[in-house]
Ligand binder design. Structure first.
Ligand code: HEM
Length: 413
């Protein structure tokens, strides 16, 4: 990407798998693609993703249907909506960290288990120690690894295994939905609010705007897929960057020690403390800039249009290269350096896109930030850690993660 940008400039075109594919960078391109004004682009979900997530997923809808689905998930994922899950997130973070002491841990694996328990609880009140949670975890892992596979639906392929695991996950959701509808089970979670307020099969069955069970399941799976690997990767990179930048770790630890000191003895982390961690928030942003977990955002041109004097034709795949936006030396001097103070002042719009921007901006950003803040609070107030392998390779999957899963040795402070 870098070589071609040097040769051809901010916009260049390639012929990839039988289709014109355009790559772009810069604020101008970000603005046009991410705001998608006048419906000039739609989200371009790759074929494997389309097959696994199903046709009614938020990631495959556009226009009014997309806006409607966004409204349904906005409330439970808002700061107010998340408050009721705080206690669970806090307990899970502490329990995960309880068994880190004096041990070798694979940070990526641990972060993955933690974030999956949180999302499983939030969406459908899964008990983290139950057999159902274990089934959920193993099916989810297969689905997740099928995402970077070729879409060949033959027994034995990763894609085939992914579709089968998705079907098992849907069976599990069907049985939970049936238990809820029959009144055998009642929970105050995301699924309950969708079933009670927004699904067909409820009291106001004739409402056109209500979701069918298929739509409901496609979108529950979409939230799981979009939210799990991303948060896991962000948490892992952050822990790695902290160790590599001791002065940042020191400043971050000071913020968290201060929170503990200001608290009455014997009390635990509170909701208002989590929402007031200014330095940690900058460390999260710098992590998302430096690691650029999702390296490009992909769209499909719905009509002809022009960017930076370059004509894009309807139907072309148009990709925003976020890595180069996040490493633009004019906005981020010495871009490889990890420096949270870059976020001391607000940046110009479209120069930092950690959670995207515009109508498709990440709806799960508040949840991700809360999970990371809670976990980091307990980690830095209890432990220090040393990596057991300094390999910096990145896993060649959609979501960029450390290939070695970041093995560390953990000691009490
Ligand atoms: C640190 C963690 C996360 C990062 C870095 C992240 C990043 C992003 C980005 C960059 C986009 C926009 C992509 C584009 O414009 O093409 C996005 C969209 C999305 N994210 Fe996240 N995300 C994170 C966590 C979450 C969580 C926890 C959830 C849900 C529980 C979630 C759900 C979604 C969904 C559903 C979309 C698609 C929105 C739409 O198309 O309207 N994400 N995310």
């Amino acid at each position: 990407m870098y070589n071609r940008q040097q040769r051809y400039g901010k916009v260049f075109k390639s012929f990839v798998l039988g289709r014109f594919t355009v790559f772009m960078t810069g604020r101008e391109a970000s603005k046009i693609l991410l705001t998608g004004k006048d419906g000039i682009v739609s989200l371009n979900l790759f074929y494997t993703g389309q097959q696994v997530l199903g046709p009614t997923s938020l990631l495959q809808t556009n226009g009014d249907a997309h806006k409607r689905l966004r409204r349904l998930i906005a409330e439970p994922l808002s700061i107010d909506g998340l408050k009721k899950y705080f206690h669970f997130i806090n307990t899970q973070a502490m329990q995960t960290l309880d068994h880190w002491q004096g041990r070798k841990v694979l940070v990526l694996e641990e972060a993955s288990t933690f974030t999956l328990k949180v999302i499983g609880h939030m969406i459908m009140s899964l008990d983290p120690t139950s057999e159902e949670q274990e089934k959920f975890r193993s099916n989810f892992k297969v689905i997740s690894s099928s995402f970077s596979s070729m879409p060949i639906k033959l027994p034995g392929t990763a894609f085939h295994r992914g579709i089968k695991a998705r079907d098992r996950m849907y069976e599990m959701l069907d049985s939970i939905i049936a238990r809820r509808r029959s009144g055998q089970e009642f929970q105050q979670d995301f699924l309950e609010s969708l079933i009670m307020k927004h699904s067909k099969g409820g009291k106001e069955d004739d409402d056109e705007n209500k979701l069918t069970d298929k739509q409901l399941k496609d979108n529950v799976l979409t939230l799981l897929v979009a939210g799990h690997d991303t948060t896991t990767a962000a948490l892992t990179w952050l822990i790695k960057f902290l160790e590599e930048n001791p002065h940042v770790l020191e400043q971050l630890r000071d913020e968290h020690k201060q929170i503990v000191e200001n608290r009455k003895i014997g009390t635990d982390l509170t909701w208002s403390e989590v929402n007031n961690m200014p330095y940690t928030t900058k460390v999260i942003s710098e992590t998302l800039r430096r690691a650029t977990i999702l390296p490009w955002y992909s769209r499909k041109a719905s009509q002809d249009f022009e960017v930076d004097g370059y004509r894009i034709k309807k139907g072309w795949s148009v990709n925003l290269d976020v890595v180069s936006i996040h490493h633009d030396p004019e906005v981020f001097p010495d871009p490889e350096r990890f420096d949270p103070s870059r976020f001391d002042e607000p940046l110009r719009p479209f120069s930092f896109l950690g959670f995207g921007s515009g109508p498709r901006m990440c709806p799960g950003m508040n949840l991700a930030k809360i999970e990371i803040c809670v976990f980091i609070h307990h980690l830095v107030t209890r432990y220090k850690w040393k990596p057991l392998d300094r390999d910096n390779s990145v896993q060649p999957t959609l979501v960029r993660m450390p290939k070695n899963k970041y093995p560390v040795m953990v000691e009490p402070l």
